[in-house]
Design a protein around this ligand. Structure first.
Ligand SMILES: Nc1nc2c(ncn2[C@@H]2O[C@H](COP(=O)(O)OP(=O)(O)OP(=O)(O)O)[C@@H](O)[C@H]2O)c(=O)[nH]1
Length: 208
């Protein structure tokens, strides 16, 4: 039987507790949102499919618990994933400060060539904003990492964020297949290195 997808990419979401990691995955995979907060215990995953660059990409998305007590378990899952999404909450300054610690954790536990993506979630709560975009862009530039502000509640930029990460991983995979890996800096995020526009960010209806 023919494979229903061209590539399988494993992704991981990390960030402090209550940032909306689970909600972002549910928004992307199921197009729904729930206001009730049920903290993740350990780790969970969801599978969904996205079309990028005329390729069908199956995404296995691992959702980690942000609570400190689960760190030993969750860091085990860093190894072998191709993309890591770091999530903070735009209404919570501390969660943004902690992004530096999450970056350090990636360096210590993930593969050197892992793609990273930074998300400032809950951007529907503009009136309560504590983290200014300018400071995030500065950090994202320093780390060579792509950045989006998202809302799982209003579905803002959620499809775009997951698709852009899939696209960045696809580019790296292709470069490796064609023996061009030396031209790609595998140790940094590709957001500012491979400045190639994403050709086809399909809507959920188109993906179905
Ligand atoms: N306003 C708003 N609330 C959100 C958004 N995303 C998540 N929330 C709320 O934030 C709370 C926490 O969301 P979760 O997705 O469970 O957070 P988490 O990061 O997975 O938390 P842990 O599992 O503890 O690590 C819930 O009450 C959600 O309804 C968003 O984009 N906007």
């Amino acid at each position: 039987m023919a494979k229903a997808y061209d590539h399988l990419f494993k992704l991981l979401l990390i960030g402090d507790s209550g940032m909306g990691k689970t909600c972002l995955i549910i928004c992307f995979a199921e197009d729904s949102f729930n206001n009730t907060y049920i903290s993740t215990i350990g780790i969970n995953f969801k599978i969904c499919t996205v079309d990028v660059g005329r390729k069908k990409i199956k995404l296995q998305v691992w959702d980690t618990a942000g609570q400190e007590g689960f760190k030993t378990i969750t860091t085990v899952y860093y190894h072998g994933v191709m993309g890591i999404i770091l999530v903070y909450d735009i209404t919570d300054e501390k969660s943004f400060e902690n992004i530096q610690n999450w970056m350090k954790s990636i360096k210590e536990n993930a593969s050197a060539g892992v793609e990273r993506l930074l998300l400032g979630n809950k951007c529907d709560m503009e009136a309560k904003r504590k983290v200014q975009k300018e400071q995030v862009i500065k950090l994202a530039r320093e780390h060579g990492i792509r950045f989006f502000e998202t809302s799982a509640k209003s579905s803002t930029n959620v499809d775009e964020a997951f698709s852009s990460l899939a696209w960045d991983i696809l580019l790296k995979t292709r470069a490796a297949e064609q023996g061009l890996a030396e031209e790609v800096d595998w140790s940094s995020g590709s957001g500012f290195i491979l400045a190639i526009p994403i050709p086809s960010l399909l809507t959920r209806d188109e993906r179905a």
